[in-house]
Write a protein that binds this ligand. Structure first.
Ligand code: ATP
Length: 336
């Protein structure tokens, strides 16, 4: 039998992925950009570290990964650095359905998928003229929400958009007043089971520090615009009565993915949501792979502890799915 190794790029959730793989008995490989290797040397999660001078070298490295029978576990930084088009062309076994990439990276298609799955989403205003409530304006490709702005109404929008001359690729989304909540799921195409793995909220600079500056001082200070640059993730447990709805949302998202991009979404995914005081759950985005919000749970979460006999991180869950697929000779269901 082929002895597979588990590989990923050193960034994002690599520590968790590689540790989980080792816990399941796999040998691990970290592909790392020169200068970024320190964490992967400090924490003993990689059996081998392959260094690259730039991400352009990844296709050379790929040949070595194929020789080593490695399986690539994608994360957001992997897709961002390699590029979705190139990811589709990879020859090395890849854990995930590549057809989903299109649906996720195109805002219109993503919205179509999630609305068809019955998820509630923030309203989108096609033109500034339609704005009739507070909005959040998101620029495409804004690194981690830098430059996003809130506008109270049409006039406010007109004033603020002037600060972004030449910028045309943005979306005007209804601003949902509530708390952010990122839901981490895992769907097994082998057992056909959906699991809720954990939840997080993000710790974003500077929006999470604005509450520490009184309104009086905010007015007195030169100009504070909220930004959403992610710095870390905080673990979260939701009130239990929200779980039935949350589970249904995950189930419907998977079901609809099987219609739009057969065989559908599998492995880890995240619904990025805001929950209002009326307990309405608005989803504003999906990540169709492991999210960094699972990193607080390298040793398992309160939810995985209810289900598994061992500390089960999302990274480890990926490895256990690969192990099961190998054992049952069903790797064709999970490698693309
Ligand atoms: P990505 O998840 O692709 O990294 P990003 O970090 O660029 O995305 P988003 O996740 O879209 O940006 O949003 C950044 C922040 O704005 C998050 O804190 C999120 O909770 C908040 N947010 C996004 N959309 C809305 C909305 N419609 N209403 C209220 N808050 C929102």
């Amino acid at each position: 039998m082929v002895k597979h190794k588990i590989a990923t790029i050193g960034s994002h959730s690599a520590l968790q992925i590689l540790k989980g793989a080792k816990d399941e008995g796999f040998e691990t490989i970290c592909v790392c950009l020169k200068g970024k290797e320190k964490p992967y040397k400090m924490f003993p999660v990689a059996d081998k570290i392959i260094m690259m001078n730039s991400y352009d070298e990844f296709f050379e490295v790929e040949k070595q990964l194929i020789k080593e029978n490695a399986v690539i576990i994608p994360h957001a930084s992997f897709i961002a650095y390699i590029g979705p088009d190139k990811v589709e062309k990879l020859q090395v076994p890849y854990f995930g359905n590549k057809k989903i990439l299109n649906w996720e990276s195109n805002r219109t298609m993503e919205r179509q998928w999630l609305l068809k799955a019955g998820l509630k989403m923030p309203h989108i205003f096609n033109t500034p003229d339609e704005i009739d409530r507070p909005v959040i304006v998101k620029f495409h490709g804004a690194g981690g929400g830098a430059g996003y702005f809130l506008a109270k109404h049409k006039r406010d929008f007109a004033k603020k958009i002037k600060l972004h001359p030449g910028e045309e690729d943005y979306v005007i989304q209804e601003y949902i007043l509530g708390v952010p909540c990122y839901i981490h799921y895992f769907y097994s195409p082998i057992t056909k089971e959906l699991g809720v793995m954990s939840f997080d909220k993000r710790y974003e600079s500077n929006v999470d520090s604005l509450g520490r500056v009184s309104a009086r001082d905010q007015i007195a200070l030169p100009k504070i615009d909220p930004s959403y640059v992610i710095v870390g993730n905080l673990p979260l447990v939701v009130r239990e009565s929200l779980l039935p709805k949350i589970i249904e949302m995950g189930e419907n998202t998977v079901k609809e993915s099987q219609n739009i991009a057969p065989p559908g979404l599998f492995g880890p995914f995240c619904l990025e949501c805001v929950i209002t005081p009326d307990q309405e759950i608005y989803c504003f985005e999906i990540s169709a792979r492991i999210v960094a919000g699972t990193n607080p749970f390298t040793n398992g979460s309160p939810y995985t502890w209810l289900k598994y006999d061992v500390p089960m991180s999302t990274g480890r869950r990926i490895a256990s799915e690969i192990k099961l697929a190998i054992k049952e000779d069903k790797t064709d269901l999970i490698f693309y």
